[in-house]
Design a binder for this molecule. Structure first.
Ligand code: GCW
Length: 659
C-alpha cells in the first residue's frame, strides 16, 4: 500500500459542510456515498447528519416539501443533473442519484459561499454525456513501455507485475477524486492490448469486476480495451473477420459473460489497425464493419464501443513526400460517416498528429456529422514534459474545445463532441501524478468535460483553493505565476510554430531535432539550409488543408492568413519569412527559446517562497522537478537554437550565445 495524497479533497475542503446540520435523503449506492461523505465531514467539524436545517441533499423523489419550495418548483432532469438553491438559511441540492453526488462536490467547491446570501435555484448538468479517462496501464510489465505506457507517475494503480495490484483502497480514493470532478467512466487497461491484458475479457474478468465494484459507488463505469483479434487469440477461431458468423457468436458469448459479472459494464475500447494492433483491414473489412460488430453485441446490454480514429501508416518511407500522417484519420474515417451503429463512438485525438504542444484541431471533428464523436485529450504529459515539467494544459484544451470548425459564430468542438476522453496521468506515485502540480491537469480535465466554457484560470483557482485550503490566499498568486502560462512557456522552449515532434524517439523526453526526420513514423519538419516546415497546402503540398471546411481551409492554405503559431504545421517557409508579429521565423525561434528558458529560471525563486506554507515533502519534490525542468529547458533552447543557426547561418540579432 502506498500513502494516499488527498489531492483536491483534503478533509479541510469539507469544513463548510461538516460544520452544519445536513439532511441526506434518497436511496441507492450513490446516495449512500453522499451520506458517508457528509457523515465523515460532520464527525470532523462538529456538524450533524440529521435534520437538514442548513443543507438538504436529496433525490427528487425524497425531497421534503419544504425544501422543494426552495427550488421554485423546478422539474427533475436526467440522472446526472442537479439543482441548487438557497432560501431562508437553507441550501437545497436535488437531482438524480448521480446528480446528488455531483451536487455534494459542487457544495464542497463553493465552501462558505454555499451558506451565505440566498440565491435562486440554478440547474447544473454536464455538457458531455461521457467524461472518461483511459488508462494506458498494462497488467504485465511491458519490456519497453513498462507497467504504464507513457506513464510518468510510477506503476499502475490497478495492475502490478502480471496481476491486480490489490490496493482497492487506492482505487476507491481515485474514484472519489474523479467523482468530485464529474468523471463517469474509466478504461482500465492500455489500448495496446498484449497477451495477458487480452484475457481481462475472459478468464481474468474477475479482476475487472473487482475494480467495477469499487468505482460503482462513485458513479463510474468500467470500460475495457480489447484486442480485435480476441476470437483468434482467446477463442481459438481461425479468423476475427467481423462479418463471420462464428466470430460474432464468440463476441456475443464473451460479452454476455462480461455483463453477468459486471451488469453495469460500460463497453469496449478498440485501437485497431494502428501501430501494429490487429483490425478489420486484415479481412478486407472497414472500420465501420469492425466497430459495428462490437456495437451489435454490446447493444442488448446498453454498452458502447469506443473506436479510435488514430489510424495511420507508421511504416511510411520518409523519402515519399506524398504521404501525410496528418491526413490519415480523415482519409480513413470521413468516407464512413453515417455507417457506424448508434452505440459506436468514434474517439478522435484532438489534433491530427499526436498530442503535440501545438496542433490544429483534427479535421475529423467537422467531417463526420452523422457519427457520434468523442474527443480525446492527453492528460499524461507524453509530449509536454512528462510530469517533470510544469505544464498546465487547461488553456490548450479550452482552445481546442472552443474552436469553431465552421468559423466564428458556428458550432464549437465542444458542441460537436458528445464525449470528452483523456489519457490519465495517474499512477501509483504518492502524489498520484508524479509532479504534484500535475494534479491540476486531471482536475481541469474533469471540470472542462463537465463545462467546456469554464475559464482555465478560474479552474486553477478552484484547484488551488481545494488543494491548499489553509493557505490558499497566500499560495494563490505564486501558483498562478508558476502554472497559468506554463503551457505557452513549454511551447516557447520546445518545437517552434506548430512543427511538432523534435523529441528523442522512443521515450519522447527532451530535444532531438532530427530524431524522427528519417524514420517511418511520418513526423517530419523538413528543415534545410533555406527554410523549415511542412507544406500541407492544396496548391503545392499534401492537400491536408482541404480536409477543413471553410473558412479554415482557406485560412490555413494562405501563407498570409495562417496563424503564426501553426505556420510551420501548414507551410514550408524560408528562415527570413516575416511573421505577423513582425519577426522573421529564425529570429522568432531564437527569441522564444531564450525567453522560454528564462521564464523557467524565474520559477524556482517563486516556488522557494512557498517553503513553510506547503507540506515540506511536496515542497521538496516540486523544487527538484523545477531544477530538472530548467536543465531540460536549457538543453532544448541550446539544441534548437544551435541546430537552426547551423542550418541557416543566420546570426541572432541580439548576439546571444548560440553554440
Ligand atoms: O502517442 C502515441 C504513443 C503511444 C500510444 C499511441 C496511441 C498507446 O506514443 O504510446 O499507444 O499514441 O494513442 O495509441
Amino acid at each position: 500500500m502506498t500513502e494516499i495524497h488527498s489531492a483536491w479533497l483534503p478533509p479541510e475542503a469539507f469544513r463548510a459542510i461538516g460544520s452544519r446540520r445536513v439532511l441526506v435523503a434518497g436511496e441507492g449506492p450513490l446516495v449512500e456515498t453522499v451520506r458517508e461523505e457528509v457523515g465523515r465531514a460532520c464527525a470532523g467539524f462538529g456538524g450533524s447528519l440529521a435534520d437538514g436545517a442548513d443543507l438538504v441533499l436529496a433525490t427528487w423523489e425524497s425531497l421534503p416539501d419544504g425544501a422543494r419550495k426552495v427550488l421554485d418548483g423546478a422539474e427533475p432532469g436526467g440522472d446526472e443533473e442537479f439543482l441548487i438553491g438557497r432560501r431562508g438559511g437553507v441550501t437545497v441540492v436535488a437531482g438524480g442519484p448521480a446528480g446528488v453526488l455531483y451536487g455534494l462536490f459542487h457544495v464542497v467547491r463553493m465552501g462558505e459561499r454555499a451558506f451565505g446570501a440566498d440565491f435562486a435555484a440554478e440547474p447544473h448538468r454536464p455538457a458531455m454525456r461521457r467524461r472518461m479517462l483511459d488508462h494506458w496501464d498494462n497488467v504485465d510489465v511491458h519490456p519497453v513501455m513498462g507497467q504504464v505506457e507513457r506513464g510518468y507517475a510510477g506503476g499502475s494503480i490497478f495492475w502490478e507485475e502480471g496481476g491486480p495490484r490489490g490496493d482497492l483502497e487506492r482505487v476507491r480514493a481515485y474514484g472519489r477524486l474523479l467523482a468530485a470532478v464529474g468523471v463517469n467512466a474509466v478504461a482500465v487497461n492500455n489500448v495496446n492490448v498484449h497477451a495477458t491484458e487480452a484475457r481481462l475479457l475472459t478468464d481474468r474478468l474477475g479482476d475487472v469486476a473487482d475494480l467495477a465494484g469499487v468505482l460503482r459507488p462513485y458513479g463510474i463505469k468500467v470500460h475495457l480495451s480489447v484486442t480485435f483479434a480476441a476470437p483468434v487469440v482467446l477463442g481459438g477461431l481461425d479468423t476475427a473477420d467481423p462479418l463471420d458468423e462464428d466470430v460474432r457468436a464468440w463476441w456475443a458469448e464473451a460479452t454476455h459473460r462480461v455483463y453477468e459479472a459486471i451488469p453495469d459494464f460500460g463497453g469496449y475500447l478498440v485501437k485497431a489497425d494502428s501501430e501494429g494492433q490487429p483490425g478489420p483491414f486484415a479481412y478486407g473489412r472497414t472500420h465501420a464493419d469492425g466497430a459495428n460488430l462490437l456495437a451489435g453485441v454490446l447493444a442488448p446490454y446498453g454498452g458502447v464501443v469506443h473506436w479510435r480514429a488514430f489510424v495511420y501508416d507508421h511504416r511510411q518511407d520518409w523519402r515519399d513526400r506524398s504521404t501525410d500522417r496528418a491526413r490519415a484519420a480523415c482519409d480513413h474515417f470521413a468516407p464512413l460517416d453515417g455507417q457506424f451503429a448508434e452505440n459506436a463512438i468514434l474517439q478522435v485525438k484532438h489534433g491530427p498528429m499526436d498530442f503535440q504542444v501545438r496542433e490544429p484541431v483534427s479535421p475529423v471533428i467537422a467531417a463526420m456529422p452523422r457519427t457520434r464523436l468523442a474527443v480525446e485529450l492527453q492528460v499524461t504529459q507524453e509530449y509536454t514534459g512528462q510530469q517533470r515539467h510544469v505544464c498546465y494544459l487547461a488553456p490548450m484544451w479550452r482552445e481546442v474545445l472552443g474552436f469553431e470548425p465552421w468559423g466564428p459564430g458556428g458550432r464549437s468542438v465542444a458542441g460537436v463532441a458528445e464525449e470528452l476522453v483523456a489519457v490519465s496521468n495517474v499512477g501509483a506515485d504518492p502524489y498520484w501524478t508524479g509532479h504534484p502540480l500535475a494534479q491540476a491537469n486531471l482536475y481541469a480535465f474533469g471540470r472542462l468535460a463537465w463545462d467546456p466554457g469554464l475559464d482555465p484560470g478560474e479552474i486553477l483557482d478552484e484547484w488551488i483553493g481545494l488543494t491548499f485550503p489553509d493557505v490558499a490566499e497566500r499560495v494563490r498568486e505564486p501558483l498562478r505565476t508558476i502554472m497559468d502560462g506554463s503551457w505557452e512557456t513549454y511551447e516557447r522552449y520546445t518545437a517552434p510554430l506548430g512543427v511538432g515532434f523534435m523529441v528523442r524517439p522512443g521515450h519522447h523526453y527532451g530535444p532531438d531535432v532530427d530524431g524522427y526526420e528519417y524514420t517511418p513514423w511520418g513526423t517530419y519538419h523538413f528543415a534545410d539550409r533555406d527554410g523549415v516546415g511542412v507544406d500541407r497546402t492544396r496548391a503545392t503540398g499534401t492537400g491536408y488543408t482541404g480536409q477543413y471546411p471553410e473558412p479554415w481551409s482557406e485560412v490555413y492554405e494562405s501563407l498570409e492568413r495562417c496563424p503564426d503559431e501553426l505556420l510551420l504545421f501548414f507551410h514550408h517557409v524560408p528562415y527570413g519569412h516575416v511573421l505577423k508579429s513582425g519577426k522573421t521565423v529564425i529570429q522568432h525561434i531564437y527569441d522564444t527559446h531564450f525567453a522560454g528558458a528564462e521564464e523557467v529560471a524565474a520559477l524556482r525563486p517563486v516556488w522557494d517562497g512557498l517553503a513553510g506554507l506547503v507540506d515540506p515533502a511536496l515542497h521538496a519534490r516540486v523544487g527538484e522537478l523545477l531544477d530538472e525542468q530548467l536543465r531540460s529547458a536549457r538543453e532544448w533552447r541550446d539544441q534548437i537554437n544551435t541546430y537552426f543557426f547551423r542550418k541557416s547561418g543566420v546570426p541572432d540579432a541580439h548576439g546571444r550565445r548560440i553554440h
